[in-house]
Design a protein around this ligand. Structure first.
Ligand code: SF4
Length: 407
């Protein structure tokens, strides 16, 4: 077994502007940003300087088998800056032959030449934030791109994939955006499938505090799909994707055979990962460490960590297991679910406590097992698809209630 995490997440916080539903740690730089020279480049270069410093501070490590460059909008960066980042990982960690190296890209934030540059830098998987193909819905959500930008980006990625220049790509959509009724959502799904992306992520819209959408909801000015519409949308997602050969391997993720995201599976399966950049979370040994979300504080944090020797503070001497409730939550998101006996065993409970906690959990889940939302096969529990996956929140809430009671 490898001693050190084999996966790294890198956060690039820059976006052109903030979308109306987004509460991520992002820095909006405007439409005209230039990242090498000109407007905005100083901010970007300064951030990259600290990001590189943070990456270089890790001295005890194993070669990486997955890297994920997320954001924000990483495709705002120039391909040269992406290459420098990947070269830094090669030099400081080493990258396994066949590693999965993913980059998030947003339509209208990169050209076809940029795409060639990203691929030449070593990116072999892309995650394209289409969100919707409907220009009206996109504009109402504060997105910068329009339908034609999304279509163009899909065609470029499809071409690179068909020619074998990249290993995979994901087309990401948001379900239940304002104005996205049954027909609009079906149109989005069908359009997405027409590009045959090997992977599709479907995220449900969440209304987060501090966003434009939250303000509009409070003012009663946001028309979201009703609960019935949302349920019909979910059902059609399941049907349309299933009939097109996609299998749902996680609550929000569908793929054609052999195209699961290896990087995301690391999070869900509870393995450790490095995290770098403003607002990013790492979990090298089970304990999570989140960096400051504000630029100034992040930079001060990097300086402080370097002075304190961050690397030695992260070495596997204070190993803390992921909490059991989090392990169960992550496991249940996956199609194969979770072997409850296996994760219970890691708690080192004596027999009596083990049995008592297990039967209390079964009591909480009795109704879900009877209604078929949750399925048990031996010691393995998993959500039924689509019903259990759609109503996963109820099952998870009951599990958290159980966890609170026994602690
Ligand atoms: S592009 Fe993505 S990260 Fe940037 S503001 Fe929009 S949703 Fe947030």
């Amino acid at each position: 077994m490898n001693k050190f995490p084999r996966s790294a997440y890198v956060h690039i916080p820059f976006c052109h502007r903030r979308c109306f539903y987004c509460d991520f740690a992002v820095i909006p730089l405007g439409n005209k940003v230039e990242t090498i020279q000109g407007y905005g480049s100083k901010t970007v270069k300064e951030y990259l300087h600290f990001l590189h410093k943070e990456i270089l501070s890790i001295k005890h490590k194993s070669p990486l088998s997955t890297i994920y460059i997320g954001g924000g909008t990483p495709s705002i960066l120039d391909p040269k800056q992406i290459k420098e980042l990947i070269d830094l990982f090669k030099k400081n960690f080493g990258i396994d032959y066949g590693a999965e190296i993913t980059m998030e890209v947003d339509p209208a934030s990169f050209s076809q030449d940029d795409l060639y540059g990203f691929i030449n830098s070593g990116i072999n998987r892309f995650s394209l934030g289409v969100q919707s193909f409907n220009s009206h819905i996109l504009q109402k959500s504060g997105r910068r791109h329009l339908r034609e930008d999304a279509e163009k980006s899909c065609l470029w990625l499809k071409r690179e994939y068909d020619y074998g220049f990249i290993k995979s790509w994901s087309l990401d959509l948001i379900q239940n955006l304002p104005l996205s009724g049954f027909k609009e959502w079906q149109d989005d799904l069908k359009k997405a499938i027409s590009f045959s992306p090997p992977h599709i992520s479907i995220y449900d819209l969440n209304i987060e505090n501090g966003t434009v959408f939250k303000k509009l909801v409070n003012l009663g000015k946001l028309k979201l799909p009703s609960d019935e519409e949302a349920f019909r949308n979910s059902e059609s997602t399941h049907l349309i994707l299933k009939n097109s050969g996609y299998s749902r391997y996680e609550i929000s993720n569908y793929c054609l055979p052999n195209h699961q995201s290896r990087h995301n599976r690391v999070y869900w399966s509870g393995l450790g990962w490095w995290g770098f950049g403003q607002g990013s979370t790492s979990s090298p040994w089970g304990e999570k460490l989140t960096r400051p979300r504000v630029s100034k504080e992040y930079k001060e944090w990097v300086i402080r960590q370097n002075e304190l020797n961050l690397d030695s503070s992260l070495i596997n001497k204070d190993f803390v297991y992921k909490e059991l409730d989090e392990k169960i939550m992550l496991g249940l998101r996956l199609k194969e679910g979770i072997d409850i006996y296996e994760v219970f065993k890691e708690q080192n409970w004596e027999n009596k406590k083990f049995e008592s906690n297990f039967s209390k959990l079964l009591e909480e889940w009795e109704g879900f097992l009877e209604s078929g939302l949750l399925v048990r096969k031996g010691n393995r529990f998993f959500l039924s698809d689509p019903k259990g996956m759609e109503l996963s929140n109820q099952i998870l809430i009951s599990m958290f209630k159980w966890w609170d009671k026994i602690n």
